[in-house]
Design a protein around this ligand. Sequence first.
Ligand code: NAI
Length: 300
Amino acid sequence: MIDFQDRVAVVTGAGGGLGRSHALLLASRGAAVVVNDFGGTVSGEGSSTEPAHRVVEEITAAAGVAVAEGSSVATPEGGEAIVGKALDEFGRVDILVNNAGILRDRSFGKLDWPDLDAVLDVHLKGAFYVTRPAFLHMKEQGYGRIVLTSSGSGVLGNFGQSNYGAAKMGLVGLMNVLKLEGAKYNINVNAIAPIAHTRMTSELLGPLAEKLRPEQVSPVVAYLCSEECELSGELWSVGGGKVARMFIGLAEGYFKDGEEGPPTIEEVAANLEAIRSEDGYGVPASSQEELGKLGQKLAG
Ligand code: NAI
């Protein structure tokens, strides 16, 4: 049985929805949990510490250990305060689940800049602000597990969510770099693209809603947060009982030896099939690996 005894977890946006479910599960398996939530509306207006306190009550009622924290992830000070709460109350941070999120959907032409800023601040910059203080602490202790919450809206695209989609795909970029920077300190960084019925998706899922419970996502997050999980840099689609890796692959493509001159515009047009083919793809572990593969081709 996988447990989190003596582990300290921070879950952001844990006052409801997916975050609440992650916090309850981690606490039920022994983690001491910082339940962070700013407590605003789906679009990020207003604030209240009530949702975080309610979840802490649920955890303590079930004999778990948790404290509430009401800062916004969207500022550097908020990030420091959230991680500081874990250090002050429990003396360490082993697990960070970046989950807090808001929506400000608009088609691209109608997107107001404040709606771009708000969404980037919470999802993308918020992950930086909370992760860095946690990462520095994890580096010192030589152990850490970080989960980022991405979304199919960014990885695959969704109409009307340019701000949200860009922020969510930005998290994949953050993961790809942190998996490299964290490797020698035993800090693993993975991401999920969840699908679940919460207040955020209450109008989007239609009749599927009741089959898409947050509780079906949390065990996957908990696994990624466990000592047993040695994976890093993976993005998993999780929802309704399905768990599957999503990845960016690099295919074999078209190659013209540089000594013959650069490909002409017409050669690009004539070789679309090879350029676009998914044949022979791999999933390079870093951009260095991509460069290495190109180097091999260039060396003949
Ligand atoms: P939710 O609205 O129930 O939960 C988000 C939580 O984040 C709320 O409790 C909210 O108060 C909190 N929050 C918002 N701004 C915050 C801030 N600045 N600082 C701290 N807390 C803040 O929605 P849900 O669905 O549980 O979302 C959780 C995460 O999963 C989000 O990042 C969301 O984008 C992501 N996600 C959810 C999907 C779904 O199907 N439900 C699909 C893809 C991604």
